[in-house]
Design a protein around this ligand. Structure first.
Ligand code: SF4
Length: 296
């Protein structure tokens, strides 16, 4: 079996940056570190970070109250996750009595900045994304109460009348073709709408690499990453869109080796929050499977 690993598989720069920031406090400075919800959406990596003294508190959507005893707060740092948070949540976290460090991905920060600037000028913001995802929940906080989340054309049809000032952005991890289609549709209703393609470069690169794997002859593609990771789930959906069998796994232990050994060329890719050690583990297992098949 030939195993082709996508060039972009694994950590994006925003995730690496958030991990580096948290490690700088926990490992280098030996200070207790807390994150408001998961720093990144990968359970295996979060377990590794926990062992290094980086503790997840709060919840997936960064909404719940955080109750930490005074002794746990001593010398501690609250680190904001890569997905970002709303301004209200920022104030809440800053008032917890710990040092505060923002590890929001700068690409998410750019989206928040665009929303905030236009909200101040009176614009309604339409966000293409998942209303339950923490990035979108955080971004909604910048809309000054004039934000709407849409995922489909029907959602656009269901919007209230938004007037002349409308701007549209995207959650960073959405499909570019869907964003293009929906923004065109929005413009038929609001011809003056300002459209900002805010899907991040890392997402675009990972999505186009799936097409490269298909062009290079992959007969099936293994997608590695968390089931809560928006960009990983999108990669798996994109594989299926190409008409290729998709094996979405979080770790090598979940690989269906019986099915996979039927293919002579298998592509491997991974979400932006998937650590390299998990990708290596999967590639090694597939290569061993290929070698065993060759010997047999
Ligand atoms: S996927 Fe994009 S927006 Fe999200 S952390 Fe990575 S670079 Fe930043």
């Amino acid at each position: 079996m030939k195993v082709i690993r996508a060039k972009s598989a694994g950590f994006c720069w925003g995730v690496e940056r958030a991990i580096d920031i948290a490690r700088e406090f926990a490992v280098t400075a030996q200070r207790p570190v807390y994150t408001d919800g998961p720093l990144i959406h990968n359970r295996q990596m979060m377990e590794k970070l926990l062992a290094e003294g980086i503790n997840e508190v709060g919840d997936y959507q960064s909404k719940s109250d955080i109750a930490l005893e005074a002794e746990k707060k001593q010398n501690a740092v609250m680190v904001v996750r890569a997905h970002g948070i709303s301004p209200e949540r920022r104030s809440y976290l800053k008032d917890l009595g710990m040092d505060f460090k923002d590890a929001t991905c700068p690409d998410v920060g750019i989206i928040a900045g665009k929303i905030r600037m236009h909200a101040k000028k009176g614009y309604n913001t339409v966000i293409f994304g998942d209303p339950k995802h923490p990035e979108v929940i955080g971004l909604m906080g910048y809309t000054e109460g004039k934000g709407h989340v849409i995922k489909t054309q029907a959602d656009i049809d269901a919007l209230p009348a938004l007037g002349d000032k409308v701007c549209m952005v995207s959650q960073s991890t959405m499909f570019t073709d869907e964003f293009g289609r929906l923004s065109e549709y929005l413009k038929t209703k609001y011809p003056g709408a300002l459209v900002f393609d805010t899907i991040c470069g890392a997402t675009k690169e990972r999505q186009s690499d799936v097409l490269v794997l298909a062009q290079e002859g992959a007969q099936a593609i293994v997608v590695i990453g968390g089931r809560h990771s928006a960009n990983t789930v999108k990669l798996a959906a994109l594989v299926e869109k190409q008409g290729l069998p998709c094996f979405h796994v979080e770790t090598g232990a979940e690989l269906d080796l019986e099915q996979l050994k039927k293919y002579s060329v298998v592509g491997v890719t991974a979400g932006a929050s998937t650590p390299g050690f998990l990708i290596d583990e999967v590639c090694q297992q597939l290569e061993e499977l290929g070698a065993a098949a060759t010997v047999a």
